[in-house]
Write a protein that binds this ligand. Structure first.
Ligand SMILES: [Zn+2]
Length: 401
């Protein structure tokens, strides 16, 4: 199937509106109107002058209309959206996020607790802040009922990790986040015996694990865990980090895994700033591949933004809003602009030479979006353990009489 033959790949939908642009336009129109009124009085209530001017304003207006930037389409339904993957440093960084989330249609957010390396980018802090940030995320959830889904984390090298996890479970966590399959945070094999009681507890309790695993590095160990705990619900973020090379064998491996393990899910977040832009450029250049993936695995994909909410000065309310919007746009729109992808941005992918930050999206149908935006995660979060995974064919066929 070529891009040109699909209905989604028509020219950018210029009838869509952006909130920001609409505001600017309203502002422009108001000032134009004031100008028109002033002139109206200046020429002594000359009606013909007024008609001529109004006509010019209208014509100007339609010219602006042709330049309207397509972003979140108002013609799409009002989706229920759960942001299934983000991090929060401190509760005082939350108001700007929640404000932006409300403006971009996010109803609830799953915040995973993090270590010092993820939150501050400092390697020496890798074994720090685990407990501290779990309590911060739990407190944020208590203070914002119905808005936040808290996931704890743990240090695989902590001898008290299982006891701590049990405590967090009593405190109200909805799942566990593990970083152990991240290239920079890998300290123990994923199937190390010290971790097995943790996986067993999560499986028994129906607690999902959002588990960063690079499939190209740790696939064998990861499969051992999934084979040992077939009812464990696991969400692997960033397509298992396979999104960078959708034409490589790794993309096929990802699908083989989803086919084999029914309790395995992936999230379609990319990461923050340059990683996000990189992901969006790859999607933009491989739309058929990603669209096929979503069509085939729409009940296995979870939406997330993974922007890491901290006190970083760059991360203003508007910044958060623009990031959420870009994360929606690539799924919902046929084409959209994202300023971080433009060549003027320090986060742009240089090889893309994307002068204006124009990107192509997947324009997924509504039913797929509903699953990805909310339904899949809601199902995963149900605490009852899922029905047993299908066993290998051991059952005897009935004997013929
Ligand atoms: Zn993350």
């Amino acid at each position: 199937m070529t891009d040109e033959n699909t209905p989604q790949s028509q020219a950018p939908d210029t009838s869509a509106d952006t909130k920001t642009y609409a505001r600017q336009r309203r502002g422009a129109r108001t000032s134009t109107k004031i100008g028109v009124i002033a002139i109206f009085f200046l020429v002594g209530s000359n009606l013909s002058t007024y008609v001529v001017l109004t006509d010019r304003v209208e014509r100007l207006d339609s010219r602006y209309g042709a330049l309207r930037v397509p972003t979140i389409a108002s013609e799409r339904p009002d989706f229920r959206i759960i942001n299934g993957h983000d991090h929060l440093y401190m509760r005082r960084h939350l108001p700007k996020y929640l404000h932006a989330a409300e403006r971009t249609g996010i109803d609830r957010t799953l915040f995973v607790a993090s270590n010092g390396y993820t939150l501050l980018g400092k390697r020496e802090k890798m074994h720090e802040m685990y407990d501290e940030n779990v309590q911060e995320v739990l407190a944020a959830a208590r203070e914002n009922p119905g808005k936040i889904i808290p996931f704890s984390t743990l240090d695989p090298e902590d001898p008290d990790k299982l006891e701590k996890l049990k405590k967090y479970e009593r405190q109200g966590i909805a799942g566990l986040k593990l970083y152990s399959g991240h290239g920079n945070m890998y300290t123990l094999p994923l199937d190390h015996e010290d971790m097995l009681p943790v996986y067993a507890f999560c499986e028994e309790q129906g607690l999902p694990i959002l588990w960063h695993v690079r499939f190209d590095s740790y696939l064998k160990e990861f499969r051992t865990v999934l084979d040992l705990f077939p009812n464990l619900k696991v969400i692997v973020p960033h397509f298992g980090v396979a999104f960078y090379r959708p034409k490589s064998p790794g993309w096929k491996e990802l699908q083989d895994l989803l086919d084999r393990y029914p309790n395995l899910y992936i999230d379609c977040s990319f990461g923050t700033r340059s990683i996000l832009v990189h992901g969006l450029e790859i999607v933009s250049q491989n739309r058929d591949i990603f669209r096929d993936f979503f069509n085939k695995y729409s009940d296995r994909v979870v939406f997330g933004t993974d922007m890491v909410v901290t006190g970083n000065k760059e991360k203003t309310t508007l910044w958060v809003e623009s990031v959420i919007q870009a994360n929606r746009d690539w799924l919902e729109k046929d084409a959209y602009y994202f300023y971080m992808a433009s060549t003027q941005s320090p986060y742009a992918l240089k090889s893309a030479r994307n002068q204006y930050g124009l990107l192509r999206g997947l324009a997924l149908p509504d039913d797929i979006l509903r699953r990805v935006y909310a339904e899949n995660l809601e199902r995963i979060l149900q605490r009852q353990p899922p029905p047993p995974a299908p066993q290998a064919k051991t059952t005897q066929l009935p004997q013929p009489r």
